[in-house]
Design a protein around this ligand. Sequence first.
Ligand code: PEP
Ligand code: MN
Length: 268
Amino acid sequence: MAAEDSRGTVATQAIQRDKGMTIIAGPCSVESLDQMMEVAATLKELGIRVMRGGAYKPRTSPFSFQGLEEEGLKILREAADAYGLLVVTEVTDSAHAEKIASYVDMLQIGTRNMANFSLLKKIGEVTAESQKPIIFKRGMAATIEEWLQASNYITMNGNENVILCERGIRTFETATRFTLDISAVPVVKKLSLLPIIVDVSHPTGSADLVPAVSRAAVAVGADGLMVEVHPDPRAALCDGPQSLDLEGLRKLVVELEPVAKAVGTSLT
Ligand code: PEP
Ligand code: MN
C-alpha cells in the first residue's frame, strides 16, 4: 500500500501545469513483453519517465486487433518496473476501471469516450482514493468548452488530478488523420488551471510529420507531449504508420531540447 501511495504521488508530480514538458512515449498497443522491454530500456536511456501502451484498444473496426487486455496490463507493469518508469493505459469500459487502476500509475480516457459520462464518473470514483492522474483526451468533434465541461465529471466524482490532452479534431482537411488544434493549448491555459499535453501522433497519422508538430507543441507551451513509438513500426499491430522507431525517438528528444530552452522550459 505504501509503495502504491508513493507511486500515485510520483505520478502526480510527473506532469504538472507550467513545470516543464514531460514526454510520454510508447506503442499504441502492448504486443509482447520483448516489445515493451525494448521500449522501456530506450525511455530510460533518454530520461523519459512515462511510458504508454494500450491494453484495451477502442478500434474503429471490430476486426482490428483489440489489445491483449489483462495480459497487456501485466506486461506494461513488468516492463515499467524493470526500468523504474511510470505507465499509462486507456480505460474503455467502466467494468475494467478498477482492474486497470490497480496496474497502472495514470489512466487515459480516449477521444471516443470523452462524452461517455458514466465512464467518466466511474473513473473519478475508482481513483478518488489513489488520486492517480487521468489523461483526458479531447473528443475529436468536441469544442474546448464541451471538453472542459466533461472533465468536471471526473473531478466532481473524486479525482481533481486531470490532465487534458489535445489530440486533433475532425475538420474538412484530409492531408492529415485529424487536424491538430494547437491553439487549444493557450486557450485551455486561459480557461482552466489543469495541465495540458499534446498527442503528436494521432493528429498527424504519419511519422514523418511528428517532429515538426512536436516542435510546435513544445513552443506553444504544452505541459507534455505524448508520442507513439514502436521498435518496428512496420510490424506494429496498431498505428504503425504514425509511430516513430526508437532511433526516431532519440532524434526527436535531441531536436526538442533547444526548442524547450528557447521558450524557457525544459524536457522532464
Ligand atoms: C491512443 O492513445 O492509443 C488512442 C486510441 O488515442 P485517441 O483516443 O486519441 O484516438
Ligand atoms: Mn494509437
